[in-house]
Design a protein around this ligand. Sequence first.
Ligand SMILES: [Ca+2]
Ligand SMILES: [Ca+2]
Length: 267
Amino acid sequence: MPPNSMEVVDLSASAARGGALREREAVNFDWSATYEQEEVALPEIVGTVPLTVISLPASAGISHTGSSIVVDGKMSDWADLPVVVKIAPDIRSSDLWEGPDDCSWRFGVTRDDQFIYVSIEVLDDNLVYHKEKKYPWEQDGVELHFDARPDPIRSLSRDGSSFEMETTIKVWMAPGNTPEEIFVLAAGRLEELGVKVAGLFTESGHTCEVAIPIEYVEERQGKDWDKVRINITVEDVDGLDTLCQLWWPPEWRRTGSYPGSGTFVRK
Ligand SMILES: [Ca+2]
Ligand SMILES: [Ca+2]
């Protein structure tokens, strides 16, 4: 492959003993690379990266939706949310997490001619909502990071964006019981970018629905854009000072992150 490029490859791996790979912590993956050229003698390079196995079904690319999606926090317009995050691969304050019944989630990504849509459905046994909201992470909520830049910067990024969202789109939101109660941080900036956000409490948890203009992606990759990168965390608050974050994939800023994590391919 050419320099400064990225390719997705299929790699088969299985545990030599004891259980499924996806239920394990990251394992170390040793790799080596050689240069196929004859001008100068370049040594083989070797390295080790953490290999995290995540539950990503083959259907989890970004396909054109068959239905019309309304960003209202209601899930009835989604046929499927195929990516199931029962045990998040990166849990911050994991001592506060009591298992999938305490908090777990699933999500899907789709598109139409105008938007890419991401929808997250959360199972949470203890719903916390504050009327006077300052930050989404003081209550139950969802955070989504969306990188539409071309490779290699997208795949290699460790995510340094701010409220200005110069490099990536950030959605920090807390759901409400009604559309009026939904709280979105930096809402003015998201509105400028044409991003729509909604989320509602349900009987068993809460939802988050986001629409990102295709135009935003095309401005960065052109009309034939092919990949975007997504990082999501569900903020689970069950009482005072009990924030637990359930990241998929591992938070880009943290050491467990790896190049290209959360890449979704256009289908
Ligand atoms: Ca909807
Ligand atoms: Ca909660």
